[in-house]
Design a protein around this ligand. Structure first.
Ligand SMILES: [Zn+2]
Ligand SMILES: [Zn+2]
Length: 296
């Protein structure tokens, strides 16, 4: 078994209660960060997970809402006492992105060495990147302290490659969709999973938001929202996929449009899903921690 702590359950659309994408898997002796969007480094502190306790990070794709807290995470991990490089798994493009973040931090890193000297590890600010192929069937990307990590390609075009991830330890399996439509590769990877954490978009609520913005004269953002549906997963499609894959529990994260943590908008967001998927269904909230246990 292992735990998942949700650090950010939002999307690029601003929300006061939902940060950009991020979660930590906590297995026996290892913490694995999955994505590091806006606010995630700060959420680690709120979740009482010290950044230096994370030696492995995994990325789904290089959209900004999944990566922009990497600099704060790297610096807080390093200055917090990390003495080992961070191992990063991600799709093609991950190395370029990490190199870019480190280049942007080059002066800061120099200043801190100049100020703190040998108190800071040379290794602790290094990043070792392993780019994994985007494959239609799960690919064994790595094993972190007994936590098996498998990647698979998802459909988030024109974002190519984009990955979902499957994690397994001690007979428990969880699948994190990344950003995607409700595609076949996700359904196959989620087959029989104990937990599916899936992105979700409520098409009607998003359309209402676009209409509201248009009525208020903000045609630019309304037009941007019009483009969102073609590469995300409508809530009812997610419910059908979870049913077809026979997943034991479904949690929604990366919710579009942003909704509060609870109340009528949450009920509106998931309306109709329970008729299609009969298992436990919920919308994740930032800092929520769930345990994933095997089904038998
Ligand atoms: Zn996203
Ligand atoms: Zn995305």
């Amino acid at each position: 078994m292992f735990d998942i702590v949700f650090l950010g359950t939002g999307s690029p659309l601003p929300s006061p209660v939902r940060c950009g994408a991020g979660q930590v898997l906590i297995a026996a002796g290892v913490n694995v960060l999955v994505d590091c969007g806006w606010g995630v480094a700060r959420r680690l502190n709120a979740a009482h997970i010290p950044p230096p306790s994370i030696d492995v990070a995994v990325f789904t794709h290089m959209h900004s809402d999944h990566i922009t807290d990497v600099p704060d995470f790297l610096i807080s991990r390093w200055t917090g006492g990390a003495t080992r490089p961070l191992t990063v798994y991600g799709p093609e493009g991950t190395r370029e992105t990490m190199d870019g973040f480190l280049a942007a931090l080059r002066r800061d890193i120099g200043y801190r060495f100049a100020h703190h000297g040998d108190k800071l590890s040379r290794e602790g600010i290094r990043v070792d990147v392993i780019e994994v192929p985007a494959t239609p069937e799960p690919y064994a990307a790595g094993n972190a302290g007994g936590l098996l990590m498998e990647s698979f390609e998802v459909d988030h075009k024109p974002v190519v490659p984009a990955l979902g991830w499957r994690f397994a330890a001690g007979g428990a399996r969880a699948v994190l969709s990344g950003d995607t439509t409700a595609c076949d590769t996700l359904r196959r990877a989620a087959e029989g999973a104990d937990l599916l954490v899936c992105e979700a978009m409520n098409v009607e609520m998003l359309a209402q938001r676009a209409a509201f913005l248009r009525a208020a004269g903000n045609t630019h953002v309304a037009g941007m929202l019009d483009d969102v549906p073609d590469y995300h997963a409508p809530t009812l499609d997610v419910a059908r996929l979870a049913h077809d894959a026979g997943v034991r529990q479904l949690m929604l994260s990366h919710v579009i449009p942003p909704i509060p943590e609870d109340g009528p908008q949450v009920a509106e967001f998931i309306a109709g899903m329970a008729a299609l998927y009969r298992g436990p269904l919920s919308v994740a909230r930032d800092l929520q921690r769930v345990r994933v246990t095997g089904g038998t």
